[in-house]
Design a protein around this ligand. Structure first.
Ligand SMILES: C[S@@+](CC[C@H](N)C(=O)[O-])C[C@H]1O[C@@H](n2cnc3c(N)ncnc32)[C@H](O)[C@@H]1O
Length: 252
């Protein structure tokens, strides 16, 4: 069976910080080559503008993309913001991002360890990060982000490695290992956010109807079946069993 999410499996040395130090040249192509990642990325892209308009109808003032990688999400959100900053620990990933977002300020930094002053933000995002990072890094990253969020500001993330997704449970029951290392359930993520003073105010599941790995690996994002089922399974109630979800959390 083809691997799912081959790019973002936990780093071999257990610290996710070093996972993408040498991935800058290959990340985008590998993401596009994985049917599952490609599907989720396409649906995230489709849903993001509406979700952002809901919270920022007049546009975003100050936007931060944490762990921006090659700028996949930065390039979608930065045009909706007056000022945008993107941070990543990997110079190679940032080099790719810079080329896509000429008006964004890019910084190579680990905000969990550097106390640099980069300002305050109204919206921060972190994609394909929390599901992959180890607990210590999840806590450190949330602390670092929340400190830089203005009161009432929002964090927008995805959660793409849910071990309780239907397909993952099916896989486990049939002896599959595709979900090895996945531990970020929705209740665990909610607890993590709440400990850092963040309250989930929007949740949009993606792919909740895909109960078998085979379906995930063969469905095109714009197939009629996908369009129909994504509408049917769009309620936040499907969040706990969805393989991916867009989540907005507000700083109290
Ligand atoms: C899977 S990539 C996601 C990139 C991008 N957000 C996306 O959705 O395509 C995860 C990124 O997290 C970065 N990263 C890991 N630890 C970090 C840290 N402590 N501070 C900033 N970036 C970090 C890695 O270098 C990598 O670029």
């Amino acid at each position: 069976m083809p691997a799912i999410d081959t790019i973002t499996s936990a780093a071999a040395d257990d610290d996710y910080r070093s996972s993408h130090v040498a991935s800058g040249d290959t990340y985008d192509a590998r993401l596009a080559d994985s049917p599952f990642d490609n599907y989720m990325a396409a649906w995230e892209q489709r849903l993001l503008p509406g979700l952002i308009r809901r919270f920022y109808p007049d546009g975003i003032d100050r936007y931060l993309d944490f762990a921006c990688g090659t700028g996949r999400i930065t390039q979608q959100i930065a045009p909706l913001a007056k000022h945008s900053t993107a941070v990543d620990i990997s110079p190679g990933m940032l080099e790719q991002a810079r080329a896509k977002c000429p008006d964004t300020r890019f910084l190579v930094a680990d905000l969990t360890q550097d106390s640099i002053d980069i300002g305050q933000f109204d919206l921060a995002s972190a994609f394909r990060f929390f599901g992959n990072a180890q607990d210590e890094l999840r806590e450190g990253a949330l602390g670092a982000i929340v400190r830089r969020l203005a009161p009432g500001g929002h964090l927008l993330i995805n959660s793409h490695r849910n071990p309780r997704a239907f397909y993952a449970v099916f896989e486990k029951m049939t002896g599959g290992t595709a979900m090895a290392g996945m531990d970020l359930t929705l209740p665990k993520l909610r607890g993590l956010l709440e400990r850092h003073g963040l309250e989930i105010v929007a949740l949009r599941p993606i792919g909740a109807w895909m109960y078998r790995t085979r379906i995930m690996l063969t469905t095109q994002p714009d197939a009629p079946r996908a369009l129909r089922n994504e509408a049917l399974f769009s309620s936040p109630l499907f969040g706990p069993i969805a393989p991916d979800a867009l989540i907005v959390a507000r700083k109290r």
